[in-house]
Write a protein that binds this ligand. Structure first.
Ligand code: PLP
Length: 396
């Protein structure tokens, strides 16, 4: 296979060596069903509970607050679609999400609207931020659930979930607060107790675990009906035969990622900052998202004079794997919903470039990415390019 520079780690990551090694026996010799009473089953059950303990420790949770799922999408669907039914009063209530949520939350909220729920899509600043005051102002007596992501998958902005949750709980301690932490877990230090959220969703393949694995933190005492009905696994809250290799691999990857944060955060942040300064030297290039409150590995840009041009494809032809934003929407021709919500004009929202780094990237790779992006942008713009003045619709 041709050598490529991989800088699309927000889309997915390679499975780590630690995860691979941990998974191996559960494909072959230790193939028991964790629900079976015999020795092979009990061996699997003990590995399952060890993995649960490890994930709980990585998040600052209690072991009986962790439920294994098939990934971020399932966890988010569960939190929203079932979280709204938690109240004894079964009338369709009011839900608040941010306008920059990943499709897993955004489209589930839209689905809830078809069931009669009212949804407020909270506007964000140009940096992708929401204030506690804004959230509290949007809350109503009938607000049942709030879902605000911890880190945005397109812009890389880290949102103040702890302060948002605290403000929401002060207004109404019974409201369920969910956070989609898929892009944050394993990338920044995080403690569910300190954050105060009721439900937190994560996905294994974003931090060196296998695809199709995920988990849900559900604070003790939080009432939420099951999403998957069946054999009663995961204390009856998420049925389905436990995906043993996946769960064990995800737990090993998370443990490795969290233990390594003290070293990887500064290392990756330095690479990201070098990348940002290099790309911003290109005329008509703009950084999207929050300049300070941003994921260590995430850098995202827009370029004027490039709308509808195949930037990502051309970079791929040059051996650079990056994306135009969310992996789920990268095949769509539409401007980025997230950038439009942050107030970017359509012509800029139609030309995003998301570069997401990991500890495996090198400084030399950053030099190559910068020079290739500069060359491709220049060639796509052509001779007639002239910088434009931007209108961010008064966004701060
Ligand atoms: N939430 C966010 C913020 C994401 O970035 C993603 C994946 O890109 C998901 C949810 C969905 O996770 P999964 O791919 O595990 O279904």
């Amino acid at each position: 296979m041709k050598h490529v520079i991989y800088a699309d780690n927000a889309a997915t990551t390679p499975v780590s060596q630690a995860a691979l090694q941990a998974m191996q026996p559960y494909f072959s010799e230790s193939y028991g069903n964790a629900s079976a009473a015999h020795s092979l089953g009990q061996e699997a059950k003990s590995a399952l509970e060890k993995a649960r303990r490890s994930v709980a420790d990585s998040l600052g949770a209690f072991v009986n607050e962790i439920y294994f799922t098939s990934g971020g999408t399932e966890s988010a669907n569960w939190a929203l679609a079932c979280g709204v039914q938690a109240r004894a009063n079964k009338r369709a209530g009011h839900v608040i999400i941010s306008s920059i949520e990943h499709s897993a939350v955004f489209h589930t909220a839209e689905y809830l609207e078809t069931l009669g729920y009212e949804v407020t899509y909270l506007p964000v600043s140009k940096a992708g931020q929401i204030t506690p005051e804004q959230l509290v102002e949007a809350m109503r007596h009938e607000t049942v659930l709030i879902s605000i992501m911890l880190a945005n998958n397109e812009m890389g902005t880290i949102l103040p979930v702890k302060a948002l949750c605290q403000a929401a709980k002060e207004r109404n301690r019974r409201v369920i607060f969910h956070t989609d932490a898929v892009q944050a877990v394993g990338h920044i230090p995080l403690d569910v107790r300190r954050m105060g959220v009721d439900i937190l969703s994560l996905s294994g393949h974003k931090f060196g675990g296998p695809k199709g694995t995920g988990a849900q933190f559900i604070r003790l005492g939080t009432t939420i009906p099951p999403f998957m009905h069946g054999g009663g696994q995961e204390k009856g809250r998420r049925s389905g035969t436990s995906n043993m290799p996946g769960i064990v691999g995800m737990a090993a990857a998370l443990e490795e990622a969290v233990e390594g944060l003290a070293a990887t955060v500064p290392q990756i942040t330095a690479l990201r900052n070098k990348l940002i300064w290099g790309i911003l030297a290109i005329p008509g290039a703009y950084l999207t998202g929050d300049a300070v409150e941003r994921l260590p590995g995430s850098a995202s840009f827009v370029f004027d004079g490039l709308a509808d041009r195949p930037l990502v494809t051309r970079l791929s032809e040059q051996g650079i794997c990056v994306s135009s934003g969310s992996a789920c929407s990268s095949s769509s021709e539409e401007p980025s919903r997230v950038l439009l919500a942050a107030g970017y004009p359509t012509e800029l929202a139609a030309a995003p470039l998301r570069i997401t780094l990991s500890k495996h990237n090198t400084s030399e790779e950053i030099d190559t990415i910068i020079s290739k992006v500069a060359a491709v942008v220049e060639s796509l713009r052509g001779q007639s390019y002239a910088p434009v003045s931007l209108d961010f619709s008064g966004k701060p």
